[in-house]
Write a protein that binds this ligand. Sequence first.
Ligand SMILES: *Cc1c(COP(=O)(O)O)cnc(C)c1O
Length: 383
Amino acid sequence: MIPYGRQCLSEQDIEAVESVLRSDFLTQGDMVPAFERALCDYTGAGHAVAVSSATAALHLACLVLGVGAGDRVWTSPNTFVASANCALYCGAQVEFVDIDPATGNMSVASLHRQLEVARAACRLPKVVIPVHFAGQSCDMAGIAALGREYGFRVIEDASHALGAENGNVMVGNCRYSDIAVFSFHPVKMITTGEGGALMTNQGELADEARLLRSHGISRQAETFEQLPAEPWCYEQHALGFNYRMNDLEAALGVSQMRQLDQFVSRRRALAGRYRALLEFESGVSMLEGAVEQSSWHLFVVSVPRRDLIFRQMRASGIGVNVHYIPVYRQPYHMPEQPIGDRFAGMESYYSSALTLPLYPELSEEQQDQVVNALTQSLRETGT
Ligand SMILES: *Cc1c(COP(=O)(O)O)cnc(C)c1O
C-alpha cells in the first residue's frame, strides 16, 4: 500500500536521537530549547514553546488566552477533532464557521456574516481558530481585521503548515494572530514522533504556556511568593499539566528542521506534478492556491462518486484518505440545532474530497501509479 503520508528519516536523524540516549538527560536537557530556537529562527516568531503534541499546544493556547466556561470558540469544521476539543477542555462552547470549498479553508465571508449575527445575539466568540488546511494559509489579514472589529483573539492551527508562506510571511510567525500551533506527528511536515509547539510574539503568553506545560511549577526564585529562595525550592502557581516534550523528541526535531526546506520543495515539486498530470482529466478538480506558497501537507482532489473511487483505489493498493469528516458530524460535536444549509461549503467539499498520497519520499513512479489508478477508476465508474 502506498500510504497517503509518512515520515522521512535520515541517518543523521537516527544519530541525533542516539546521542541523546547516550547522554545524561533524556528530558529537560538542552535539546528542547535548541528545538525552540530552530522554530523561532525558521518562522521569525519571537517565542516557541515545545510540547508533547499539537493537541496539548491548542489546549495551552486556549488557556493562556483566558478561554473558560461561558466563552465561545469558533473553528473550521474541515479539521481534525483536536481543533475543536481544545475549547471543550477549557469548559467553553465550540461553534463552526463554513469553509470555502475552493480552498478547504475557513471562509472569511462566512465568518463575517456569522459575526454580524452573533453580535446582535450577544454570542460573539472569544477566540477564532482558523486551520491552514492542507498547508495553505487562510486569509490571515482578513481574519485579523475581523478580530480587531469584533474583539476576538486568533489561534492559527498550523498543524499542516510548517514551511508554508502567506504572501512573504512565514506561517507560524504570528504577524496576524496571537498564537500559532504546529504538530510534529509523523505524517506532518517534520516529526518528533509525537510533538507540537506553540508560537507567539507575546512574551507573557509564552511564559504562561511554559508554566502550564510543566505542572504550573516555577523554579525561578525571583518569582516565588511564599517559599524561600533555597536551591531545592520550587513553587506551584497554577494547575498545570505534564505536556513537556522530551530531549529524544527535540533532538529529532532539531535534525528534522535542517531538512525542512528540502521536504517542502520536494512536496511542492510533487504537487506541481500532480496538477500537471490531472489538469485535463475530466471530472477531477483540485484545490486553488499557489504551488510555491503551500507546504503541501496534503494533496486533495475533488471527484464524482468519491466513495466508489475511494474503495477502488484502496483495493488497488493506493492509500487514499478523506480529510476531513466535518467535525460537527461527530456524535460528540453534533450541534443542537439541525445543520440545515449552514455548512453548504463544507458539505459540498466533503462529498467529493479525496486525499492522494504525498510525502517527500514518494517517487515519480509511485505518483504515476496513483494517477493511473485514479484515471482508471474514473473510467470504470463512468465519469
Ligand atoms: C494533526 C493535527 C492536530 C493534532 O496534532 P497532534 O500533534 O497529533 O496532537 C490538530 N489539528 C490539525 C489540523 C491536525 O492536522
